[in-house]
Design a protein. Sequence first.
Length: 248
Amino acid sequence: MIQRSAAALSLGAALLLAAPACAPTPDRVDGSPGGQQADYEEARSRMVSEQIEARGVSDPRVLEAMRDVPRHEFVLPEHRGLAYADQPLPIGLDQTISQPYIVGLMTELIDPEPGDRVLEVGTGSGYQAAVAARLVEQVYSIELLPELAASAAERLARLGVTNVEVRAGDGYLGWPEHAPFDGILVTAGADHVPPPLVDQLAPGARMVIPVDAAAGGQVLQVVEKRADGSVAVRDVALVRFVPLLRGN
């Protein structure tokens, strides 16, 4: 049984998600690797305090993970100057890396614990998986596009992220071999909540997923499976994601 609680989505929430991007993050003029790294760390700290914490994300573990994970490693080289601006960026193949605020919000909404096993649908560049990996025991991430799955797996390995397993496949179907999951993050917009993913939620666990809204656009939903197996859904914010693609 699914119970839906439609919390009011204010215009303020919509405007918050559409806030203008911050100024580009400049590379250090002298080009020295140490100086450039310091610039990235400073920009990352500002990103967390001004874009994420200031908008209501308060879990200290989530904020620390966002300070630690180098987002500039997950964007295309030509976009590194915008890595810590509050905006999505293209990563190729008509896909994007989500804006930092949305990554922080979605991560907090699954209420991650150190011993959790989390499923991610839509690996993309691997950034959301890298953030979640700082907070849980294991992340299983599925990416429909093999090129992105391969590049994300290589990137995560290069950065020393050892508790993320990536595979190419149809995320709509989940990863039943490793179910049930203590949290599920869906990083692409669906026209409905996929039943296989609900089935793979552990009792008491949450899935965060953008879903097409009846009035147009998308709404970020939290889908929680209760101990008795019933499911409650609540709306959180208006969002815009690339569509959830299906396999053949």
